[in-house]
Design a protein around this ligand. Structure first.
Ligand SMILES: *Cc1c(COP(=O)(O)O)cnc(C)c1O
Length: 399
């Protein structure tokens, strides 16, 4: 156990007196007024504001159709269920993701198959996907990690060649582009997250995009499996008659959440511009240091910069990542780790017998990664505080 130092004061380092949180939400007066307006209206469940949010979201990102849901997890679960994926099927995904990406595969009774990540982006490595495909494989579930789009053309081509579906975990890349096209504009079912820490938040919420035909089906699956189609041909609108053709879920978005989302979406471009400024400030200060590796952005993409994942060059330091995080906390800097790889969680380890080294690139990078404060609330001075704390720790524990 290393002794935590509050900061040596060496080279003029002055630790912050107030804790800098990793990712607080930004809620403005427009969001608040729109939520109040919703509460004063007669619609507090799914209603006109959800419809408006869905249309504006689809329009902004070039999606054919969009479905407001109560989470990204719900979106991925609905997508897999609506595609008919179930027991006996295999779904290929990445170990470097939040647990829910993999949990939804378990929810539908299918088997997750993990493929290691690329060294630079830490996204699923397309060159390793084909070796993992079997006669049971039905779907690829890539994650646009940190907001950096995956190599979509290659992944879609592999899927086409083998007759597989592609469902995209788009919890991070809202407003990101791949070869000039927005994530969410493809025909793949794509699930966005509006969780409290995400670039666009509704507290809890999500959006599923895809073709109009698929979204119509997903809508039924997301709401008890209730369908009015069988009756709508000869009944007046608003009929009490419906049919349940599938034991569906209860995943709809509320209008109070959509009220926030409408304004979060309208504020997004401005907020994204600020994120890029912060990235540039971090890159300028940390790039080229022997202690750190800064995140990449490939030329054909624009990342949404949901996360700024710094990697420690551990061979230059006498402490490990966990102690480094404690040292940051002692200097009043919040940080996090994205993610504890799927195969290291006890459920997956016990069920599938994984060892940490089974996915060596995901594992070795997990040991080095720290997500440093990345949100539109932080000021340039606060970015400089983070940088100063990082160097204070690195110099103190230099090998
Ligand atoms: C946040 C997140 C999710 C889950 O999103 P919810 O909206 O909370 O369900 C899924 N995948 C990734 C990569 C995430 O970061």
């Amino acid at each position: 156990m290393a002794i935590i130092d509050k900061g040596s004061g060496k080279d003029g380092f002055v630790p912050r007196t107030e804790f800098l949180p990793f990712s607080p939400p930004v809620i403005e007066k427009e969001e608040i007024e729109e939520v109040i307006d919703t509460l004063r209206s007669t619609w507090i469940t799914t209603g006109p504001k959800t419809g408006l949010f869905e249309r504006e979201f689809a329009q902004m990102f070039g999606a054919e159709a969009a479905l407001g849901l109560n989470s990204c997890t719900a979106g991925m679960h609905v997508a897999l269920a609506a595609l008919g994926i179930g027991p006996g099927d295999e779904v290929i995904t990445t170990p470097n993701t939040f647990c829910s990406t993999c949990n939804v595969i378990e929810h539908v009774g299918a088997t997750p198959v993990l493929v290691d990540v690329e060294r630079d982006t830490m996204n699923i490595d397309p060159s390793k996907i084909e070796a993992a495909i079997t006669s049971k494989t039905r779907c690829l579930l890539p994650v646009h990690y940190s907001g950096h789009p995956v190599e979509l053309d290659t992944i879609n081509a592999i899927a086409q060649k083998h007759g597989l579906f592609v469902v995209e975990d788009a919890a991070h890349p809202v407003s990101a582009t791949y070869k000039g096209k927005y994530i969410g504009s493809s025909s793949n079912p794509t699930a966005f997250s509006f969780y409290a820490t995400k670039n666009l938040t509704t507290g809890e919420g999500g959006m599923l995009t895809g073709t109009a035909e698929f979204i119509a089906k997903a809508k039924v699956v997301s709401l008890h499996g209730m369908s009015r189609e069988a009756y709508s041909r000869y009944d007046k609108a608003g009929s009490w008659k419906y049919d349940v053709g599938f034991a569906g879920f209860k995943y709809n978005m509320t209008d109070a959440a959509a009220a926030m989302g409408i304004w979060q979406l309208r504020h997004l471009a401005r907020n994204q511009a600020r994120r890029r400024e912060i990235v540039e400030r971090y890159n300028a200060a940390l790039g080229g240091s022997e202690f750190f590796e800064t995140p990449t952005e490939r030329p054909e993409v624009r990342s949404s910069w949901h996360l700024y994942v710094l990697r420690l060059n551990l061979e230059t330091l006498t402490i490990d990542r966990d102690v480094f995080i404690e040292e940051l906390k002692a200097r009043n800097i919040g940080s996090s780790v994205h993610y504890i790889p799927i195969h290291m969680h006890s459920y997956y380890r016990n069920k599938y017998g994984y060892k940490p080294e089974d996915f060596p690139i995901a594992y070795s990078n997990y040991l080095r990664m720290i997500s440093i404060p990345m949100n539109v609330k932080i000021t340039n001075d606060e970015v400089d505080d983070v940088v100063a704390a990082l160097f204070d720790i690195a110099e103190k524990f230099k090998r």
